[in-house]
Design a binder for this molecule. Structure first.
Ligand code: ADP
Ligand code: MG
Ligand code: ZN
Length: 564
């Protein structure tokens, strides 16, 4: 079967997504690959399809994956699609493990998921060196990097394992972490050989991003959920204690809610996760322990009750919304305490205990740097999506129209009356003048030119005459786009009526709306950014020393970015 047939027959899809084909072609031609694609982009297919193709010739693919739940999900999805796949990890009893390994020896499984810690165990090695391993796929490959979010020492053993195999298989690695350090680490530590690297766009246009700094976070969450009745979503909190608090409040308020954090028993975590996945509970309140590998497509919102520790975490967690491609909301509730709490986590980081002092200091410094950029996200007045994409090394257009900053700084305005005034003026002037005269006339300017042309000095265009000329000009330009007006392209640039002009002048039903940048003073008093501005300039008296330092750093950062 070719890749298209496999895609259709096993997965039921007709077309590849961005990046998938390039990865699949490279793997099947024997090249190592590194795929950097955002959560939900479809990384699994990139190695599953070559695996199934290799399987036709008896080749086995090992997939190294960090989480039992991830392996189980993928294996059961493959089994349902009619693929023999198995996982080998600590969730199996020794009896089950040996049985599965026995089947694997018989070549029953073209795809085997295995935990990295298993690779160098004698039983597994004995299987692997005698098997026809065609490919090793490393999923969540950022786990190999100490710069990554989820460093797993077991991942460092992968390379050693590859070396013990009689023939080096094709190695493919996949991650959603796009930063340069992590990418370089993956290539170095897995010793990828001249890999084909693909980075697909990190933009998720269906996600709406918003930052709020509410006085009462719980009230904000409650309001949001009430306004989005029936939708499922995740509320992320920084601490277990907060998870408990928020869960309890939401329950009292009658919402369908469950919780997840590392302090719960395995069985409760499993139960709660399933309740959420199978829509028995509508809202999941959780720490960041929840989510890696969760493939629930209809999550309509992800609310961060606290600012997370860095942009990587934020985008990964927020990215669990809207995996079906439908509109979804990512709301971050910022509070000054969040900075302090995260700072504390960095200072007391227990994950790094095995590191030497120098490395630990470097790690802490890097984490502070990341926290700073996360905090700056909460304060920027620019397009939030642009900020995120720039963080991950991409560029947007600067205006996405689908984030709270774009929404507060641009607004959809009904300009029908002004449009009628402008088009009406062109008609009254019998299509003889250029834009400046038209706009001045509407504006009621008593310029010499208007007097010379014997035109009405006092504009009779009512409210429209109070609109500033630069704005009238924006609207006039828009009217050309919408073919209410045409400006001749000769040297006189005369404004004439377009094909839609009659409809506008003769009907009361025709509405003209357009997106306009908000007036400066409106931006300042606008809800979100106004609150931010006052915060930023409120002076140090309301803030802890740490926050004040942070603000200074932020200002510095902003200047840095402006220079770039
Ligand atoms: P990732 O590992 O990159 O986060 P997954 O591999 O879990 O993403 O895929 C996310 C979802 O997208 C899955 O439900 C998968 O079936 C679906 N998917 C993957 N590739 C395609 C495709 N070519 N067409 C349609 N859906 C796809
Ligand atoms: Mg994945
Ligand atoms: Zn935007």
């Amino acid at each position: 079967m070719d890749k298209y047939e496999v895609l259709k027959q096993y997965f039921g899809y007709d077309a590849f997504r961005d990046g998938q084909e390039k990865m699949i072609d490279a793997i099947t031609s024997g090249r190592d690959v590194l795929g950097i694609m955002p959560t939900g982009a479809g990384k699994s297919l990139c190695y599953q399809i070559p695996a199934l193709m290799a399987g036709e010739n008896g080749g086995i693919t090992l997939v190294i994956s960090p989480l039992i739940s991830l392996m189980k999900d993928q294996v059961s999805a493959l089994n349902q699609a009619g693929v023999h796949a198995a996982y080998l990890n600590s969730s199996l009893t020794p009896g089950q493990y040996y049985k599965a390994l026995g089947y694997a020896r018989e070549g029953r499984y073209p795809i085997i998921y295995v935990a990295p810690e298993r690779l160098l165990t004698p039983e597994f090695l004995d299987f692997a060196v005698h098997a026809k391993i065609a490919m090793v796929a490393v999923d969540e490959a950022h786990c190999v990097s100490q710069w990554g979010q989820d460093f797993r020492p077991g991942y460092l053993k992968i390379e050693e394992f590859l070396c013990t195999l009689p023939k080096r298989p094709v190695v493919s690695a996949f991650t959603a972490t796009a930063t340069a350090e992590v990418r370089d680490d993956i290539i170095d530590l897995l010793k990828l050989q001249d890999p084909v690297v693909t980075t697909t766009g990190f933009d998720r246009p269906n996600l709406y991003f918003e930052v709020q700094s509410p006085k009462d976070k719980y009230a904000a969450v409650k309001t949001y959920i009430e306004e989005h009745a029936g939708q499922c979503g995740i509320v992320y909190c920084l601490t277990r204690k907060l998870v408990e608090e928020v869960t309890e409040k939401l329950m009292k308020d009658g919402f369908s809610v469950t919780r997840y954090h590392a302090g719960l028993s395995d069985s409760e975590r499993k139960q709660n996760q399933e309740d959420f996945i199978f829509d028995r509970a509508q809202i999941m309140v959780a720490t960041n322990a929840f989510g890696m590998g969760i493939d629930k497509s209809n999550v309509r919102f992800v609310i961060h009750y606290n600012m997370p520790k860095n942009m990587e975490s934020y985008y990964q967690e927020a990215g669990r919304a809207g995996r079906d491609g439908e509109p979804a909301d990512c709301l971050l509730l910022y509070g000054g305490r969040d900075v302090v709490t995260n700072q504390m986590f960095i200072d007391n980081n227990r994950d790094n205990e095995e590191l030497d002092d120098v490395t630990r200091a470097i790690v802490a410094e890097r984490d502070r740097e990341r926290l700073k950029k996360m905090t700056f996200y909460c304060f920027t007045n620019d397009c939030l999506r642009e900020y995120i994409l720039r963080y991950f090394g991409e560029y947007g257009s600067g205006y996405c129209g689908n984030c709270s900053n774009c929404k507060t700084q641009f607004e959809e305005m009904d300009v029908t009356e002004i449009a009628k005034a402008i088009v009406g003026c062109v008609a009254e002037c019998r299509e003889r003048y250029g834009t400046t005269v038209i706009l001045d006339t509407v504006h009621g300017a008593a310029t010499v030119k208007i007097r010379n042309y014997h035109m009405d000095e006092n504009s009779h265009y009512g409210e429209s005459s109070k609109v500033p000329t630069y704005r009238l000009r924006q609207i006039l330009n828009f009217l050309q786009v919408k073919e209410y007006l045409v400006v001749t392209s000769d040297e006189y640039a005369i404004v004439k009526l377009g094909k839609n002009a009659a409809a506008l002048l003769n009907s009361d039903d025709e509405k003209v709306t357009m997106k306009l940048p908000k007036e400066q003073e409106r931006v300042k008093t606008g809800k979100t950014s106004g609150a931010k501005k006052t915060k930023m300039t409120a002076g140090s008296e309301n803030f802890t020393e740490e926050e004040t330092t942070l603000f200074d750093l932020l200002k510095e950062l902003r200047r840095e970015i402006a220079r770039e």
